[in-house]
Design a protein around this ligand. Structure first.
Ligand SMILES: [Zn+2]
Length: 348
């Protein structure tokens, strides 16, 4: 049983390793270490305009150019992107590593995590007309419970979703909702609604809990883990890590949407940045539309709970999510073809 599982793991791994990159993806010389492709930091820095030099302070690596820096940590999956003096935490699929004096980043992270945010204009264009908003939980599924009796995630996810709907409509977009009432809808049905509807994007709204720990607070934004990588917090080597899901068709736009929305929330609200993370949640895994799931704050943290309960905070949250979506749309909207040379008719 263990042996056959191991063989299929290897087979899947080879399959994933052989998958071609998308047309827009950059090409690097890769080195294979422990069955995984890596790109040297020199080549990475050269391609993305950081130059081939960086500063290193013990385990911390800093690549820098005007208005943009990227901080990596050796043997850590946490990275920090600083654009226009605003820091955003990103979670890598694999930690950078060093071999023969070369620092290297996994090719999967370069293509699937860093390229969409460093070259957002390279993400495949598509027209966004309709956004499906998914208010987490509902009905008997109350979601997480707050520290105050009676506070339920399903109430605040629906309220925030409705506020987001209003902002998106004001911006001129069509909207759909997976639920408008306090009703139960399965995760599979939510993903199916995205698949069969005219929705171009799926935005799932949730609130978080670390109960009984009241300490954690902040916002984290999830997009689907690429095939071949462990989700954030997992160490890897599970069969499911190597399987491709319907949502993986949209890896680049999923990442860019997560980054744009997360960045907008962190910029506009006084909340702590828990980062852009990876997960294989059913709702983002089973949809073939570009999708993210936003954990908008911790109901298990007393002061964050009281902020979340304030309508003005949820209004700001919804407006920030909308602004992030609009930023994303500005990157992926089909660009008008450049005007050809002006043709002048000879004067008769
Ligand atoms: Zn939830």
């Amino acid at each position: 049983m263990i042996a056959s599982r191991f063989v299929s793991l290897i087979a899947l791994f080879i399959l994933v390793g052989a998958l071609p990159c998308s047309a827009a993806a950059p090409r690097f010389t890769t080195r294979r270490v422990d069955g995984r492709n890596y790109v040297t930091l020199r080549e990475f820095g050269g391609f993305y305009g950081f130059g081939r030099k960086w500063s290193r302070n013990q385990q911390t690596i800093l690549l820098k150019k005007k208005y943009l820096s990227l901080q990596l940590k050796m043997d850590s999956r946490e990275a920090v992107l600083n654009r226009d003096h605003q820091e955003i935490r990103l979670h890598l699929n694999f930690a950078p590593m060093e071999q023969d004096g070369e620092i290297m980043i996994s090719e999967l992270d370069v293509i699937k995590t860093l390229d969409p945010v460093l070259r957002p204009w390279s993400v495949a264009e598509f027209k966004v007309r309709t956004v499906l908003i998914d208010a987490g939980h509902g009905g008997f599924d109350r979601g997480t419970l707050g520290v105050t009796p009676g506070v339920m995630e399903k109430t605040y996810s629906l309220d925030t979703a409705k506020r987001l709907e209003r902002f998106l409509k004001l911006a001129g977009y069509h909207t759909l909702m997976t639920r408008r009432e306090d009703e139960y809808i399965s995760l599979e049905d939510r993903a199916e609604q995205a698949n069969v509807s005219s929705a171009d994007l799926l935005i799932s709204i949730h609130f978080n809990s670390a109960s009984p720990d009241r300490g954690p607070s902040g916002v984290e934004t999830y997009c689907l883990t690429p095939a071949g990588a462990p989700s954030t917090g997992n160490l890897g080597d599970q069969i499911s890590d190597y399987q491709s899901n319907p949502g993986n068709k949209r890896d680049a736009s999923n990442m860019l949407l997560a980054y744009c929305v997360h960045q907008s929330i962190i910029q506009n609200l006084d909340v702590s940045d828990r980062g852009v993370k990876r997960a294989r949640f059913v709702v983002i895994k089973e949809t073939n539309k570009t999708s993210i799931l936003v954990e908008c704050g911790f109901l298990s943290n007393p002061s964050e709970q009281s902020r979340i309960r304030a309508p003005a905070h949820r209004e700001k949250l919804a407006r920030s999510i909308c602004q992030g979506i609009l930023k994303f749309i500005s990157y992926v909207s089909p660009k008008k073809p450049a005007a050809g040379p002006l043709k002048l008719r000879d004067a008769s």
